[in-house]
Design a binder for this molecule. Structure first.
Ligand code: GLN
Length: 533
């Protein structure tokens, strides 16, 4: 593909993107699918793995570029491989390709990509559900695969990979999983190594896993020799072996028997998730699941997480602020395509101090897409001395409140936090009032993954979704990210008939329900998710 080369002309690029719009366009680079299930069964048993293209891979095959879907890095080759990829290869993974995403992970529909948008097929004629994998000329009917790990979700949904790696900073694994009807898991922050994962917002970034069943993820993560025990000295945010041991003590391991897992487990239903914008079909699926859980011996408890109302705003201050700092290194000198000298990606070229500003501006002006530029501007502003107190500092305060809300409702303590005394007299009256619901002790929270089903790509592209509308898709996923908690999206089918109200449509049947657990309760979360799914 000419897209893989910086020499591609703008016209060629446009033609190719138009052509690709008719395809699912979920892979950026792809290797021939290996015959992994051969006669002489290899040990460990092999499985196919798709890797989001902001996670570094090396090797001699097509999938050894790491582009982040950025015009800056269209042919970038990392000198080293991400720890998570090496760890999975050691457990039998065969990498089948690198998947398309929103540039650097910034987006919710996988449309902000230098390689064109990811699509999933339209509803079938009877409105009986999605045809995720039907590629063809959709004439505007194709749906968003969610973002930013949309390519990974489609690869798994279509059976082209047994498992896919994504990254989840504010929902980028869970949202595409919900839109495409697969399982998407975001582990506790600090559990899986991020060495070799191109950072977006370091204090929030996690590596996530997508698969068609919870069991596939649980086997690798919390089964024998599971990844959750592995510390990576190359990642400063990877929990140390001592901290892992401390976090694991008092935590239950993974169990697969349904009745043993669900008996007496308390599920909190956060009242704040019952928002007006919630599609009634998703609300119905949510309450039907709660009822089903109750019949299986679980307890359902309404809970309030008052600060989560402000979580989305805080996330969209913190994430762009960290991003603006992270992306400063793409200047056309150290990383990225150099604009004025025609240099190639990754080339190390001596900088001419006098030309520096012009070179940076030219390279960054051409090298970043619009959404990334928007985040850089937003982040640079909120970190500036005039705005810092009103935005960044306030957002950090909200983050602490969000964390405290979770600690208050969960029966298990967060092993990373000192037990906090909730002295309401310290708080302004309005906040103290909001806290009157607690304390309530539950094991997990159950809420939708996203407020709507997958929108049509045409509506996303026609700016019927403004940037702020797109950010709204993350309203249920960012709270767990701000608190560093494990969360999983499991698929539910929703009733196919038309719903009432503006913007409600017939069709696509896949939605996601999200389960959130206390920090490092990942094994039990996966067990419960496996029983619920
Ligand atoms: N949609 C969110 C954002 O654009 C989440 C992205 C992610 O988790 N990488 O920031």
């Amino acid at each position: 593909l000419c897209l893989h080369h910086v020499s591609c002309s703008a016209k060629q690029l446009q033609q190719q993107q138009q052509q690709q719009r008719r395809l699912l366009n979920h892979f950026i680079s792809r290797d021939p699918t290996p015959a992994v299930k051969g006669q002489d069964a290899p040990s460990p048993p092999q499985f196919t793995l798709a890797v989001k293209d902001n996670i570094a891979t090396t090797g001699a095959t097509a999938s050894s570029t790491t582009t982040c879907a950025s015009p800056f890095l269209t042919s970038y080759r990392s000198p080293f491989e991400a720890t998570i990829v090496t760890q999975l290869r050691a457990r039998g993974a065969v990498v089948v390709g690198k998947t398309n995403l929103d540039e650097f992970g910034m987006g919710s529909h996988s449309v902000h990509s230098a390689f064109g948008p990811v699509a999933q097929g339209p509803d079938d004629d009877q409105g009986q559900g999605q045809q995720v994998c039907a590629s063809g000329d959709y004439e505007g009917e194709a749906r968003s695969a969610g973002g930013s790990s949309g390519g990974s979700a489609v690869a798994v949904a279509c059976g082209e990979a047994d498992m896919a790696l994504g990254t989840d900073t504010g929902g980028s694994v869970r949202l595409p999983a919900a839109y495409t009807g697969v399982v998407g898991f975001k582990p506790s922050y600090g559990m899986l190594s991020r060495h070799g994962v191109v950072p977006y917002a370091n204090s929030l970034d996690t590596v996530g896993l997508l698969a068609r069943s919870v069991g596939t993820i649980a086997d690798l993560l919390v089964g024998a020799g599971g990844l959750w025990a592995e510390h990576d000295p190359k990642d400063p945010t990877s929990l140390s072996p001592a901290a892992r041991a401390r976090c694991a003590s008092g935590r239950e391991g993974y169990r697969s028997s349904l009745t043993a897992v669900l008996k007496g487990v308390r599920f909190g239903i956060p009242l704040e998730c019952n928002i007006e914008e919630l599609d009634p079909r998703i609300r119905d699926a949510w309450s039907a699941s709660a009822e089903a859980l109750q019949q299986l011996g679980a307890r359902i408890v309404p809970v309030s997480l008052p600060s989560t109302r402000h979580a989305l705003a805080a996330y969209y201050v913190i994430a762009p602020a960290e991003a603006s700092s992270n992306l400063a290194k793409y200047d056309g000198i150290r990383y990225g395509t150099r604009e004025d000298h025609g240099g190639s990606a990754g080339a190390e070229i001596e900088s001419d101090a006098a030309d520096g500003g012009v070179l940076y501006a030219a390279s960054r002006g051409r090298g970043f897409g619009d959404e990334v530029k928007r985040r850089i501007l937003l982040g640079s502003y909120t970190l500036s001395s005039e705005a810092m107190d009103n935005y960044f500092i306030k957002a950090q305060a909200v983050r602490r409140l969000v964390r405290r809300d979770f600690d208050r409702v969960f029966a298990l303590a967060n092993p990373l936090h000192e037990p906090e005394a909730f002295d309401l007299s310290d708080l302004p009256d309005s906040v103290a009032m909001e806290n009157k619901f607690g304390p309530t002790e539950v094991d997990f929270l159950l809420c939708p993954t996203a407020p709507t089903l997958a929108p049509r790509l045409a509506d996303v592209a026609a700016q019927q979704q403004s940037p702020v509308d797109s950010y709204m898709n993350d309203v249920f996923t960012v709270p767990a990210s701000l608190a560093g908690l494990p969360a999983i999206s499991i698929p539910v089918q929703v009733a196919p008939e038309a719903a009432e109200g503006p913007g409600r449509e017939t069709g696509s049947g896949a939605a996601g329900l999200q389960l959130i657990g206390q920090f490092w309760d990942d094994a039990r979360l996966l067990a419960v998710a496996g029983a619920v799914a």
